[in-house]
Write a new protein. Structure first.
Length: 119
């Protein structure tokens, strides 16, 4: 069973890649081209029926960026379901708030690098 980049989500992945949020774009500038310890990250990857912001498939590491919409109880429930299903598939998930990208990008990058070293 294919779990990565299912064809049915191709249109949404492409749409998300072509219109990243400012925070996704800012973080991507530091994740692309193997800048974190030589690990390859991809953006807008579908895993099962979910699209994740960033993923290192080799490490099975997912990075999600959340804005204020993720504070609502319905979205938090969806995020928990997504995290649980991806965890069952062996993925580790790190979530950051958008304001963390603005206020502490170096700290975010260090947390990501530390997680990569531990995996």
């Amino acid at each position: 069973m294919k779990i990565v980049n299912k064809p049915k989500l191709k249109h949404l992945r492409k749409l998300n890649r072509n219109k990243p949020t400012p925070w996704e774009w800012k973080l991507w500038q530091h994740l692309k081209e193997r800048q974190i310890d030589g690990h390859k990250f991809r953006r807008q990857v579908s895993l099962n029926n979910f699209i994740v912001d960033f993923c290192c498939l080799k490490l099975k590491l997912v990075i999600e960026l959340d804005g204020s919409g993720h504070l609502h109880s319905i979205q938090r429930k969806k995020d928990n379901e997504k995290d649980n299903e991806l965890s069952e598939l062996g993925f580790s998930i790190i979530r950051f708030w958008n304001n963390e990208i603005d206020e502490n990008l170096n700290g975010v990058l260090e947390l990501i690098a530390d997680k990569c070293r531990r995996l």
